[in-house]
Design a protein around this ligand. Structure first.
Ligand code: EPU
Length: 412
């Protein structure tokens, strides 16, 4: 699918069920490399990035069964995956820690990913070096080698989600104790850690950081991926701007406090139950100031969607992007639909124009695509979104779910 046509203005109503979290499933699939026993994952979202990770694992030598659940068993490594798999997704770097600690060698072709600014992997490499790996950087790849990694103390120059995940996975099979002083504490990192504990890893989260005591081997497990808090947040914005009312089920509101707090500040009405949120659509929103931060702060993966809502606010809103300061491609496209958003170094000022008009726009990355779809749903007239394949990387059956609550979307 290359593009979609959205007829804006229909008031949506009903219920959507949230899928498993892409950013938890990806490291958890990679964790299948840490043992020769069978690892079974439930609630894995069927999205393009998951497909890419499964292909990567298969080309490495994992045996994989895909049905309602996904089973992985890795006896040995048989080769290096094709370059395009590494290029397709930055999360391909997640095979580094498990490969190195279990097999003593990992080859990573420089990973790609969304066009949301610079995304180096130097912190991952620095950490593996500190754990005793030899790192050889070549023009198109990095080779990491180690007889056996050893425990150490790691302080990342700044908090990194996949960097923390790589170290926790590597340290689980290393000799001795590893301590990460400033780990990422995103729910996806904690979910991976819970899965590893079921596999026999010794991981302890304390106020001052996370301790991992390496073990000789890990066993298999059955694990259910947590609900996707970013998908749930995306549907909350859909509910706020484009619905009469929307019930979002199978989510975990306790993972979404920063997003719910900001939504509350806009004046939107919603009610929270243990695993669902009911939201009422509105036409009036208070302006907002959002600053993206590591968890439990406001997630960078939600600012593009909130920016659509900000167009409908009574006054000027502001987004400060601290994680990926260049992640504002969606602003240019929203401006084509009548928004008035100005970008200054890592900061966006959004005028409350209170109206968007359909146009032809270009999806440039995953969350930008989601924001353009929301804009299309609420705009006057028809919106064509080109390069919509970016959206398929991270949202399971997004258009099916939107159609089930009344959206008019044609896929081209
Ligand atoms: N950074 C470095 N060097 C590194 C690693 C990170 O300079 O070696 C910098 C990054 O450039 C960024 C900051 O550190 O400025 C934090 O990046 P982080 O490493 O936390 O990002 P990530 O692990 O690559 C994950 C998610 C992203 C999400 C970010 C931030 C996965 C697979 N990806 O990326 O998800 O935006 O954390 O929360 O977990 C998405 O789902 O749309 C997405 C982009």
């Amino acid at each position: 699918m290359n593009s979609v046509l959205i007829e804006g203005g229909t008031k949506l109503k009903g219920k959507v069920k949230i899928s498993g979290a892409k950013n938890a499933a990806l490291p958890e699939l990679a964790a299948g490399l840490l043992t020769s026993h069978k690892v079974t994952l439930l609630e894995v979202p069927r999205v393009k990035d998951v497909e890419t990770m499964l292909e990567l694992l298969m080309e490495l030598g994992a045996e994989i069964y895909v049905g309602e659940k996904i089973e992985i068993r890795t006896e040995k490594i048989i080769g290096t995956p094709r370059e395009e798999l590494f290029k397709a997704m930055r999360a391909s770097v997640l095979i580094l820690g498990p490969m190195l600690s279990r097999f003593g060698r990992a080859e990573i072709l420089w990973p790609g990913g969304c066009s949301i600014g610079k995304r180096p992997i130097n912190f991952h490499l620095m950490a593996m070096k500190k754990m005793g790996a030899e790192i050889i950087e070549e023009t198109n790849k990095v080779v990491a080698k180690a007889r056996r990694l050893h425990g150490t103390r790691i302080r990342f120059p700044r908090i990194t989600v996949t960097g923390t995940e790589n170290v926790i996975m590597a340290a689980s099979l290393a000799r001795g104790e590893t301590f990460i002083e400033n780990p990422a504490m995103e729910p996806e990192v904690i979910d991976l850690s819970n899965m590893l504990k079921k596999m026999g890893a010794k991981i302890e989260w304390q106020k001052e950081g996370v301790y991992i005591e390496g073990v000789e081997e890990l066993c298999g497990t059955v694990h259910s991926v947590i609900p996707d808090r970013i998908e749930a947040g995306t549907f909350l914005v859909v509910g706020a701007v484009a619905s009469d009312s929307l019930e979002i089920v199978n989510c975990n509101p306790s993972h979404m406090e920063a997003v719910l707090e900001k939504l509350g500040e806009t004046g939107v009405e919603f009610s929270i139950k243990s695993s669902s949120i009911m939201i009422k659509g509105s036409k009036k929103f208070q302006p907002l100031r959002i600053e993206t931060k590591e968890y439990p702060g406001f997630p960078t993966d939600m600012q593009a969607q909130f920016m659509v809502l900000m167009n409908f606010a009574d006054g000027e809103s502001e987004v400060i992007e601290n994680i990926f300061p260049e992640r504002f491609n969606h602003a240019r496209e929203l401006n084509k639909m009548g928004a008035e958003i100005e970008i200054y170094r890592g900061k966006a000022i959004i005028k409350g124009v209170r109206k968007l008009k359909g146009n032809t726009v270009l999806a440039t990355d995953l969350r930008a695509s989601a924001s353009l779809v929301i804009a299309g749903l609420v705009a006057e007239g028809e919106t064509e979104i080109k390069d919509i394949f970016h959206l398929m990387r991270g949202y399971e059956n997004f258009f099916g779910k939107l159609r089930s609550i009344g959206a008019s979307i044609k896929e081209g």
